[in-house]
Design a protein around this ligand. Structure first.
Ligand code: GLU
Length: 416
């Protein structure tokens, strides 16, 4: 993982919120630890004929409010600590948007760019088998995250179903539409980010239309957020992908960059009508809205002071460190926290799961309308709590999320 200890960060965030809630120490201890952590080591026969052993994880943080839910990440930096932090954030995220799930996360330490499709499929199916003892459509429901996508989810669903002896579409979300996926799921996280950006502008008396936006990361979250922002009249002045960052103060043609440059050799760096800038320069650009949508620990105590955005909307999970949070808050920058801002993905996952369990599928407009409604209904109370307690927005979202989880945990009582 990155040098930054995200598990400690998640635990500190919990303690910060707990101060406002008068929770007893025993309950905080329960919430600070995952309910169940599974570590698996498994072999994959590579195309070369050699056997490679991979390490994977599935961590279920809390299931007081329902089955656990959260993505599966395939990335070289994945480890148990990171997966645990991400599972905690999933718990609060589901509670903030009030969907009936607890949090979980999974991952395999691997570099997908170095795997052939055949190796990727074998790795996925073997990993799905290894964690098959803890996942299930009423127990724990994985979804895509960094390095995984609908195709990978399809393989997990098939592997699980083969062992069950019948098709279990509800065991994962983010599947291809043909296999019981939901309309709108691929775009859902980016769509939720933009709903939050618009709500934040509204509260700050800023016009979203015509606003200047910087997006870090051009994957599933960043690319959708940037395209929707462009469609809705905002000016996206800078974006980045793994090839680097590009900037044009007059705005970049996002749809064209997505269609022609992203995902091909050299990436967005092949685009000419722009300045090539570094990641650090991108984060420090003067703009209205900065959307970090890459990975965790990007805005830190080293660079937070340079941030010039008026609003930061966290598309990624954990992009702002604790120290940076404080610096941004002191500078008067509004940070819409990940557990609210990027919750659109899991909200749509919830819709997909409901559709799968009912075998009754909704139209795209219906999905998008419901998604916007859930996001707005979640945003309002968080903004209200922020004003009420005179705190930053992350603490406000945590107060709401932790309160809901704590209440359910206490109501259910301690077994036996
Ligand atoms: N991986 C996404 C997240 O971090 C989605 C999880 C889900 O849909 O279960 O929110």
């Amino acid at each position: 993982m990155s040098d930054y200890d995200v598990q400690l960060m998640a635990q500190k965030q919990l303690r910060e919120a707990a101060q406002y809630l008068d929770l007893d120490e025993g309950l905080i201890e329960v919430l600070a630890r995952p309910k169940r952590s599974l570590v698996v080591n498994f072999p994959v026969l590579m195309d070369s004929g050699e056997v490679e052993v991979f390490e994977g994880y599935r961590v279920q943080h809390n299931q007081s409010r329902g089955p656990t839910k959260g993505g599966i990440r395939f990335h070289p930096d994945v480890d148990l600590g990171e997966t645990t932090a991400l599972s905690m954030w999933m718990t609060w995220k589901c509670a903030v948007v009030n969907i009936p799930y607890g949090g979980a996360k999974g991952g395999v330490k691997c570099n997908v760019k170095e795997l052939s499709q055949r190796e990727l499929e074998k790795l996925t199916r073997r990993f799905a088998t290894e964690i098959g003892i803890v996942i299930g459509d009423h127990a724990d429901i994985p979804a895509p995250d960094i390095g995984t996508n609908a195709k990978v989810m399809g393989w997990i669903m098939d592997t699980y179903s083969m062992q069950a002896g019948y098709t279990v579409p509800g065991v994962v979300t983010g599947k291809p539409i043909e296999l019981g996926g939901s309309e709108g799921r691929v775009e859902a996280t980016g769509r939720g980010v933009i709903v939050c950006a618009q709500e934040a502008c509204h509260n700050a008396n800023l016009n979203f239309e015509g606003s200047e936006i910087v997006v870090q990361g051009f994957g599933n979250v960043g690319s959708v957020a940037a395209r929707l922002a462009e469609q809705q009249g905002a000016k996206v002045i800078a974006i980045s992908d793994t090839s680097g960052a590009i900037y044009n103060k007059n705005g970049l043609p996002i749809q064209e960059l997505y269609d022609k440059y992203s995902g091909v050799e050299g990436g967005i760096q092949n685009y000419k009508d722009c300045d090539k800038i570094s990641n650090e320069e991108l984060l420090a650009l003067k703009c209205d809205i900065l959307i970090p949508a890459a990975i965790q620990a990007q805005i830190t105590d080293k660079n937070a002071d340079a941030v010039q955005a008026k609003i930061v909307v966290e598309g990624a999970n954990g992009p702002t460190t604790l120290e940076a949070d404080k610096i941004l808050h002191d500078k008067g920058i509004l940070v819409v926290p990940d557990i609210l801002a990027n919750a659109g993905g899991v909200v749509c996952s919830y819709f997909e799961w409901v559709q799968d369990l009912q075998n009754f599928f909704w139209e795209e407009d219906q999905v998008n309308d419901r998604l916007s409604r859930v996001m707005k209904n979640a945003y309002g109370p968080v903004a209200h709590t922020m004003r009420e307690h005179n705190t930053d927005m992350r603490t406000a979202a945590m107060i709401i999320g932790v309160k809901r989880v704590a209440e359910a945990t206490v109501m259910r009582g301690i077994f036996p």
